[in-house]
Design a protein around this ligand. Structure first.
Ligand code: UFG
Length: 329
């Protein structure tokens, strides 16, 4: 049994992981979140007993107090800025939030002797895919500040392990989506930033139409192809990864996707089928920086962690649709 601090635990992937930890493990969970994007309710609905600390991950004194007060053994870090487009417009924000503040968080951990870290990284560290499927050995050549800010932390973690003995699990998400089957937590960014939430807003009638970014990509139906992975499959991978790190006392990195791709048009068709709403769709210009296809090779996670993503596109869109219709925050 470990004492785990989940930084960013009131956010989207953080809250699903907190729920998974509480429901499936004996670990003791503490959440720290500055509530800039996260929601206090996302933790409260999971359990009223989870200690919640509102604070910034870059506030070293406060983090040190929390680490000492709750005798933390391991830190999971979900608090980040995550939009590619805004990272190009405001890179300072991304280097500050995603790199400098993580350096402070790691300094607090060192000061308190906390040796284990779980880090949310991204497919964006790879840049343009040079292979059909992206495995952990794919060259890391990010093409935007978001990907670069995350890759800098990956490098920092490798150096910190050698010098200071901090062990880490680096988890690179592909397209995280879907919501908890209970319907009590889900993705809640205002305005929505990712495809499935945008599409479901159109199904709800909150948005007039969906614009497909580019219709003549070299893909079967001309729209981009992505590897959509359900947030609860991601949550499970975090727990498998941290258990392995704790039991073997060593670091690892994993690419987390389903291994299969769906096109933007397939996502839209599934949303229309499940909602029963035939909302308008138009094809617009391609979005700068979008690769045509982005698909994970997740064999390493399957092999080493025994991880098997269980939910496919149908469950992803169905759970997201359930959330969008009934969400309370
Ligand atoms: N898309 C549309 N219309 C929209 C919104 C999105 O056609 O209104 C398309 C995008 O062009 C893309 C696909 O839907 O082809 C998915 O777009 P998202 O914005 O939902 O997600 P991304 O694929 O851009 O982002 C994902 C991860 C990021 C990661 C990035 C790396 O969410 O964390 O891949 O390229 F950085």
């Amino acid at each position: 049994m470990a004492n785990i601090l989940v930084v960013g635990g009131a956010g989207y992937i953080g809250s699903h992981t907190v729920r998974y930890l509480v429901q499936h493990t004996d670990h003791k969970v503490v959440v720290c979140d500055d509530l800039s994007k996260g929601h206090r309710q996302a933790v409260e609905v999971v359990s009223a007993d989870i200690p919640f600390e509102q604070g910034d991950l870059g506030d070293g004194d406060n983090i040190e107090r929390i680490l000492r007060q709750y005798r933390i053994d391991l830190v999971m870090h979900f608090a980040a800025s995550i939009e590619v487009g805004s990272s190009v417009a405001d890179p300072a924000c991304y280097y500050e939030n995603n790199f400098i503040k993580v350096q402070r968080l790691l300094a607090a951990m060192r000061n308190c002797g906390v040796e284990y870290f779980v880090f949310s990284s991204t497919a964006a560290v790879f840049g343009d895919p040079k292979a059909e499927k992206i495995d952990e050995l794919h060259p890391q050549l990010p093409i935007n500040p978001y990907g670069r800010s995350k890759l800098m932390v990956e490098w920092m973690l490798k150096d910190y392990e050698l010098a200071y003995g901090i062990k880490s699990v680096i988890l690179r998400y592909f397209n995280a989506c879907g919501a908890d089957e209970s319907g009590v937590i889900g993705q809640s960014y205002q305005p929505p930033t990712h495809l499935i939430s945008i599409v479901l807003e159109a199904a709800l009638g909150v948005r007039e139409k969906v614009t497909i970014y580019g219709g003549d990509w070299k893909t079967p139906d001309g729209s981009c192809v992505r590897d959509f992975i359900h947030v609860n499959d991601l949550a499970e991978a975090h727990i498998l990864g941290l258990e392995k790190m704790l039991s073997e006392n060593r670091s690892a990195d994993y690419n987390l996707g389903s291994g299969s791709g769906y096109s933007v048009r397939e996502v839209i068709a599934k949303a229309k089928e499940l909602s029963g709403v035939d909302f308008p769709v138009e094809v617009g210009p391609a979005r700068p920086g979008d690769p045509a296809r982005l698909i994970a090779e997740s064999d390493k996670a399957r092999r080493e962690l025994g991880w098997e993503p269980k939910r496919r596109l149908h469950e992803i869109v169905a759970t997201a649709w359930n959330w969008e219709q009934h969400k309370t925050f």
